[in-house]
Design a binder for this molecule. Sequence first.
Ligand SMILES: [Zn+2]
Length: 257
Amino acid sequence: MEIVFLGTGGGRINLIKQARGTGGFRINSPSANIHVDPGPGALIHSIKNRQDPITLDCIIVTHDHIDHVSDAMALIEGMSHYGLKKKGIVIGSRHALAGDETGDRGISGYHQSKAALAHIPEFGQKKTFQTGHGEFLFVAIPMKHEEPTAFGFKLAMDGKTLGYISDTEYMESLGTDFAGCDLLIVNCIKPEADKYGGHLWTGEVTEVLKTARPKLCVITHMGMKMMKLGPAREAEKIERESGVKTIAARDGMKLNV
Ligand SMILES: [Zn+2]
């Protein structure tokens, strides 16, 4: 299994400054190619990194914030062969697919109809998805974020288990919910606690890892303060204090699991 990081920046300022990209990441494995959280630049950075959207089997949108959903519709047009074939799976939060109480939704009904399946996961319910050349097992795990239907997930495919902790406040349950991963990707936006809730900082990621104990942790979705201090230094600190091997993602980084 290969992971390609197409954007490792997070936060409102980075979104506009694009100090780091905001395209999410892609999982390439014999059973499925999956793009996760395609924010602004996901399409262009896919092309620049030779990750053809036509070869996607699935797109996952963990919540309806612009830095996780904005390029999803463009990628669906790729996944569905320029919109000509009903193909691929879209797994999205309730707000992204069905809409919030005002009717806003990040992925239009038109684009959802281009996928063979548009699916809103129930928290904790394991589901197997078939791709035509394999399958993967998926379970959505609740996050504590502005959107109540935001999720993280664990995904098992081709003998590997990958966990993704998307945007969330710290919860003690994260450690046990994400136990047993070969690779755990964590959105770690801040190097220290501040008054803005909804996101994990370095110390909280360390606490999660002490219980989750993946074989490898990758931090991503980093904000401006994190970049200034040096994500590699923060990753070292997490590794030292948790005992879990941890690296900081970089734009364009490829990782074999
Ligand atoms: Zn968010």
